[in-house]
Each structure stands twice: as C-alpha cells, then as structure tokens.
Design a binder for this molecule. Structure first.
Ligand code: NAD
Length: 295
C-alpha cells in the first residue's frame, strides 16, 4: 500500500481525499490509502481524515506519496520538499510557473527514483476524447480556442500557466506548436484579464488561443477548428463516462507507482508537459514585453 497525504484543502484536495476513500474497485487506485492532510489553516477532520503537520508527513515511513493540490504558486516548494524526502508526488496542473523549474523538479524526481505526475483531467473528459477521435486524420487549416471564466484567483499565476489545460488540448490535438505572438490586456481594478496567443503548428497552420477572465464571465470554451474537409465549431456530444475524471487520473498515477505504465508513454507524457510549459513561458515573456512597451 502507498500511504498518502493531501496538501491543500480546496476543491481538488477534497476530491483527492474522496477518491482515495472510495477508489475504483479492482483498479490500481486501491493501492493508495489516505493517511492525513496538510493545510495552512487549522481544520477539522475532512471526510474522517485528520490534519497532520508537514514534518510528520515528511518523516513518516508509512507516507510514501504526496498529492499537491494548493494554488499554483505553492506547487514548486511543496513538490521539491516531498521529492527531497523521497516521496512520490502527484501535482494538479500546472506543475510549476516556469519551464526551467519543471525540468529541475523532474530531474530531482529521477535522481530520487520516485514518480512525479502532473494531473491532466482535461484530457480525460468524454467530450475531449470524442473531439480527439473526430479530429484524427483531418488536416487543420486554422484554429481558434477562446476560454472564458473567472476572475482568476490569487496565486494561480499568469493565464498561460493557469490555463495550461487549454494549451494541453491544442498540443494533444495538433502536435507540438510554436508561439509567434502574444499579448495581454489587464484592468486590475475590474479584475479583467485577456491573454491572446498566436501559435503555429509544425505544418505552419495558425492557431489562436485566448484566455479571458473577469467577474461574471461564464466558464466556457468556444472552439473553431477549420480543416480541409470540414469545420468543427462545437464540442461533440459525448455520454459522460461512469468513472470520474479525477478517478481516472488517480488510476493512472497509481499505475505509474506500480510500474505498470510503459516507458514510451511516460516519456511522451513528460515531453508534452514540458513542451506546454515551455510554450507558456514564451507566451508570458512576449505578453509582458508587449505590456512594458505599451507602458
Ligand atoms: P481552491 O481555490 O479550491 O484551493 C486552492 C488552495 O486554496 C488550497 O491550498 C486550499 O487550502 C486553499 N484554500 C481554499 N479555500 C481557502 C480558504 N477559505 N482559506 C484559506 N485557504 C483556502 O483551488 P482548486 O480548484 O482546488 O485548485 C488547486 C489546484 O488544482 C490548482 O493547481 C489548480 O490548477 C488544480 N486543478 C484544479 C481543478 C479543479 O477542478 N478544481 C482541476 C484541475 C486542476
């Protein structure tokens, strides 16, 4: 069994506790057992699970795994601390706020001989799986993905990082990308943010990615993918799967702990995660350069 601790009791942290208490029967996730949680607040038991201290979690031999579910700005420090202590880490996306940090953390995990896993539930939804099937074999001419939501919570970072799930969609659908331009509009007083990134595929086809965050904006995605043969403007209808997306991710992470995931799959996943963070870095640099020039 892999005794686990959950760090950060927000939406994701509570779901992790819930799923470990009732893992998918006969799946690798049954090998995880939640031993406690860590919070900066003093909290009561959560779903029957007790709060423990960081020192306790780091030193206990029966705790082998940490789930890092804090706001993004605290991910690096938490991951590093648990990896240094020889614990496996599952972190909610994004792993880090720079590409370089993510490379360092992955190197550290390798050095310590432990698993470092970045959750990507957005790739596990029924509608995304159907979209991927629908896109397969088609030649993209031009694409557009506009996400709205918000406002962006403090500590969640630059929109290219907090919105890494949308970027991961684009990379998973269309392959590795390059950034040609990026800009950012911000009205701090009204908590309004709009990031626009211009990307191109290896075949030099343009993709526009917009993240727009403000109070009252609905959480929604608008897509327009024009192919040589047709245009997709809506997510395909797909029947919700019986196994929830966080549970699917938990099973994948547990399979990694048990050494059941093939090396080439691990390699491809690491490459995709690092590629997306590298793109996010570049988008941030270009956006901030543009904002500095405007000022
Ligand atoms: P959240 O705002 O619910 O919680 C984030 C952190 O804030 C936690 O550390 C929590 O302890 C702390 N927190 C929450 N409420 C608090 C309060 N009232 N006072 C003090 N601290 C408080 O965020 P979340 O949605 O759980 O996101 C956590 C991580 O999971 C992020 O990295 C996010 O990108 C990732 N993630 C979340 C989801 C999701 O569905 N929520 C999906 C994918 C990835």
């Amino acid at each position: 069994m892999f005794g686990s601790v959950v760090v950060g009791i927000g939406t994701a942290g509570l779901v992790r506790i819930r799923d470990m208490l009732a893992p998918l029967p006969s799946s690798a996730a049954e090998k995880l057992s939640v031993k406690g949680f860590i919070s900066r607040r003093i909290l009561e038991e959560q779903q029957g699970v007790k709060q423990i201290t960081v020192e306790d979690a780091l030193s206990r031999d029966d705790i082998k795994v940490a789930f890092v579910c804090t706001e993004n700005a605290a991910h690096e420090e938490n991951i590093r601390m648990f990896l240094e202590a020889g614990k496996h880490v599952c972190v909610e996306y994004p792993m880090a706020m720079t590409h370089k940090t993510a490379v360092d953390l992955w190197d550290l995990a390798q050095e310590k001989g432990v698993v470092l896993h970045e959750e990507h539930i957005e790739l596990l939804t029924a509608d995304f799986k159907q979209l991927k099937k629908d896109v397969a074999g088609k030649r993209l001419e031009e694409g557009f993905l506009h996400f709205t939501g918000g406002p962006l919570k403090p500590g969640f970072g630059f929109p290219a990082f907090s919105g890494i799930a949308r970027l991961t969609w684009l990379v998973d659908l269309f392959g590795e990308l390059s950034v040609t331009a990026a800009s950012m509009e911000e009205d701090k007083e009204n908590k309004y943010m709009k990031m626009t990134a211009q990307l191109i595929t290896k075949e030099q086809k343009p993709l526009t990615w917009i993240e727009e965050w403000a109070p009252g904006l609905p959480r929604a995605k608008d897509i327009n993918f024009r192919f040589d043969s047709c245009t997709i403007t809506q997510l395909p209808p797909a029947t919700r799967e019986p196994v929830g997306i966080f549970m699917q991710d938990l099973v994948l992470f547990s399979q990694k702990l048990l050494g059941q995931v093939p090396r080439d799959q691990l390699h491809a996943e690491r490459r995709r995660v690092l590629h997306c963070l590298e793109l996010a870095d570049r988008i941030q640099q270009l956006s901030l350069k543009g904002s500095a020039q405007d000022a």
